[in-house]
Design a protein around this ligand. Sequence first.
Ligand code: NAP
Length: 298
Amino acid sequence: MKIGVCGTGRMGSAIAQRLMGVGHEVSVWNRDAAKTKPLIAAGAKAAPTPAVLVESCEAIVVMLLNDAASEAVYRGPDGLLKGKLAGKLVIDMSTVRPDTMQTIGASVTQQGAAFVESPVGGSTAPAKEGKLFALVGGEKVDVARAMPLLEQMCRRIEHVGALGAGSAVKLAINLPLLVYWQALGESLTICKPLNLPADRLIDIMSDTAGAPAAMKGRGAAIAKVLAGEPLGPTAFGLNAAKKDLATAVQYARSLDAELPVAASALACFEEAEAAGLGDADATAVSSRWPQRQAKAKS
Ligand SMILES: NC(=O)c1ccc[n+]([C@@H]2O[C@H](COP(=O)([O-])OP(=O)(O)OC[C@H]3O[C@@H](n4cnc5c(N)ncnc54)[C@H](OP(=O)(O)O)[C@@H]3O)[C@@H](O)[C@H]2O)c1
């Protein structure tokens, strides 16, 4: 199948690799064209604009950072909505506000295309292996049409309701994990005077009922930073994590709900971003907190 991947950041690139790996003819567009180069070297075709990407493909997978990126890439002068969308399938995997998926979805379907939102759980490694967890929103008929492609990208697919529902559940699944990364930093802070080796401490913290599954993949990297090594590669950016918490808090407000713990965690992520850690992995909040406390004391 001819598939366009719109947005080849960390996740979009990993998804494009997966789609090429299972035999699709993949075209790519990214705002910063340099990020498409490894994919083009691996056999993908380059599209000069999102509108041209639409022309050359039967299905388009969109993977963008946030609401502002979605607005720009769909509604911009050469945006996706300027392409000949009639008859095409758009699967948007970005994590954005539920109402963004609803309004963009309405604009896409007005042009005769099918639109499915499918934000995902799982990071770049599962994306490369086709093992993401899809939280899907949309019309049954459109989701059925998207299913063969979703099955090639995901280990689990949950159709949770109409457009917007997938985004709401995605924000919900990230909330406790992101709160955990800050909470872990706080746990490590109270253990700091014990001077236990970082890898031993992280091993203890990982082997408890309170640890998320993500500690299996991220724990060792956190221990290294605690032990004084530089920050490792970013899987899920701190700036994107902050965006997810901010979006969840904002979405809750629209439901007249308060999220006091998420709001506090958000303030810590904002502080870490302001300290220059926006491009670091989200887990940098865990290693930063004990160091920040130590600095505050000295
Ligand atoms: N990384 C993960 O582990 C993970 C897991 C699940 C879900 N997600 C979600 O997946 C989405 C993408 O995450 P990522 O990790 O791939 O982030 P990323 O590496 O920062 O990539 C972000 C993408 O959005 C584009 N973008 C940002 N602002 C833009 C704008 N104003 N106009 C046009 N394009 C813009 C970037 O283009 P440029 O390259 O030109 O900046 C890039 O293609 C986010 O919604 C994130 O929350 C991430």
